[in-house]
Design a protein around this ligand. Structure first.
Ligand code: FNR
Length: 338
C-alpha cells in the first residue's frame, strides 16, 4: 500500500524522507555541567536514524546556562558546543535522516544553581525556586541568546531548528497569562505576551534561513489559561513571522490535570492546521502506524512526532511499515535480515 507516513515531506529547502519525527526528549546525559555531547547521545540518536526515522530532533538544548532544566542538559550557549554537535549531526545524516535541534530556555522551570528567570516572579509550584522577573535588558539578552544558539546550530550543520515554546518553559511563560503578569509591553494583551516569541523569531531569522518550527502547548488545561483558540491566533502570527510548522503539544505551564488518551493532542494540531492554515506536527501517545496514517490522511497534521515509543523501539518505523503492510528500505547492512 502506498502510505502517507512513508511519503517524503518538504519544508522550504529540506525534504524529509518520511513523516516520522523523533520527538525531542531530554537525556540529561551531559557531564560536568558543561552541556557537551557525550557517547550516549551518539548511540541514542544514531540508532533511531539507522531505524529509518525521517527526522531526528535533538532534545531541549539550552541557549543559556541559567536556562537549563537540569545541570546535565545539552547546551548551545558556547562556541565550544559546536564541535560535538557537528559530529553528531554528521553521523545522523550518514543514515539518511534529517537533523533538527530544539532550542530551549527553561525559565522558571530551570533547576540550576543561582538566579533563575521568568516574565514574572512567580514560582511554578511550592517545590520550585522563585524566579526573578526579567528586566528589559535581560529579555533582550535572552533573545540574543536564542539568535546565537541558532547561529551555532547552523554552524553544526542542522537542517531544521525548533524553538521550544511549550511545556511551561520560558517562551511559554511569556505567552500564557497564568505565568505572565507583566504590565509592560511584554505582558497583558495577547500581542504583548506574543512579543517575546515574535522578537526571538525575528532575530533567529537574521542568522537562519532554513525551516523554523515552534513547539507550543496548545492548552494550559486551566480556566484562566490559554486554549487552542488562543493558539490559532498565535499560529497566524507565527506564520506571518515566517514560521514553517507548529509542533503541537500541550500543558505544563502550571500544575493542572491533563486528560491523557491515545492521540490526546491531535485535535489541537488539527484545529491549528485548519484554522491558521499552517503545517502542524502531531505528538502524544501516537503508537502505531495505523494511528499515524489516519492522522495524516485525514489532514489533521503533516508530521508525526514519536516520543516514548521510539525509546522502547528504535525500529518503530519498521514496525509501523509492517502495520501498514508496506515495505521500507533497510540499511544496506541489514537487507538480508530486515
Ligand atoms: C520528553 N518530552 C520533551 N518535549 C520537548 O519538547 N522537549 C524535550 O526535551 C522533552 N523531553 C522529554 C524527555 C522524555 C524522557 C520524555 C518521555 C518526554 C515530551 C516528548 O517530546 C513528547 O511530546 C511526549 O513524550 C509525548 O509523546 P509520546 O511520548 O507519547 O510519543
Amino acid at each position: 500500500m502506498s502510505t502517507q507516513l512513508f511519503s517524503p515531506y518538504t519544508i522550504k529547502n529540506i525534504t524529509i524522507k518520511n513523516r516520522i519525527v523523533m520527538s525531542p526528549m531530554c537525556m540529561y546525559s551531559s557531564h560536568n555541567e558543561d552541556g557537551h555531547v557525550q557517547n550516549w547521545h551518539f548511540t541514542h540518536y544514531v540508532s533511531r536514524a539507522v531505524g529509518q526515522v525521517g527526522m531526528i530532533m535533538l532534545e531541549a538544548t539550552a541557549v543559556h546556562p541559567q536556562g537549563r532544566i537540569s545541570s546535565r542538559d545539552l547546551g548551545i550557549w558556547d562556541d565550544r558546543h559546536i564541535e560535538g554537535l557537528q559530529a553528531l549531526v554528521s553521523q545522523i545524516k550518514e543514515h539518511g535522516a534529517t537533523t533538527a535541534i530544539q532550542l530551549a530556555h527553561a525559565g522558571r522551570k530551570a533547576t540550576v544553581d543561582g538566579e533563575i528567570f521568568a516574565p514574572s516572579a512567580i514560582a511554578f509550584d511550592e517545590n520550585m525556586k522563585r524566579p526573578k522577573e526579567m528586566s528589559i535588558d535581560e529579555i533582550k539578552e535572552t533573545i540574543v541568546a536564542f539568535k546565537e544558539g541558532a547561529s551555532r546550530a547552523k554552524k553544526a550543520g542542522f537542517d531544521i531548528i525548533e524553538l521550544h515554546g511549550a511545556h511551561g518553559y520560558l517562551i511559554n511563560e511569556f505567552l500564557s497569562p497564568v505565568s505572565n503578569k507583566r504590565t509592560d509591553e511584554y505582558g497583558g494583551s495577547a500581542e504583548n505576551r506574543y512579543r517575546f516569541l515574535h522578537e526571538i523569531i525575528t532575530e533567529v531569522k537574521q542568522v537562519w534561513d532554513g525551516p523554523l518550527l515552534v513547539r507550543v502547548s496548545a492548552s494550559d488545561y486551566l480556566p484562566e489559561g490559554l486554549d487552542v483558540e488562543d493558539h490559532v491566533t498565535f499560529a497566524r502570527w507565527m506564520k506571518q513571522d515566517g514560521v514553517d510548522l507548529i509542533d503541537v503539544s500541550s500543558g505544563a505551564v502550571a500544575p493542572a490535570k491533563i486528560p491523557v488518551y491515545p492521540g490526546y493532542q491531535v485535535k489541537f494540531a488539527e484545529t491549528i492546521k485548519q484554522q491558521a492554515d499552517i503545517a502542524t506536527g502531531a505528538v502524544g501517545l501516537i503508537t502505531s502506524g495505523l494511528q499515524a496514517e489516519e492522522i495524516l490522511r485525514n489532514e489533521r497534521a503533516d508530521l508525526i512526532f514519536i516520543g516514548r515509543e521510539l525509546l522502547r523501539d528504535p525500529y518503530w518505523a519498521r514496525a509501523a511499515a509492517k502495520d501498514l503492510r508496506t515495505d521500507i528500505q533497510a540499511p544496506v547492512q541489514y537487507e538480508r535480515g530486515w
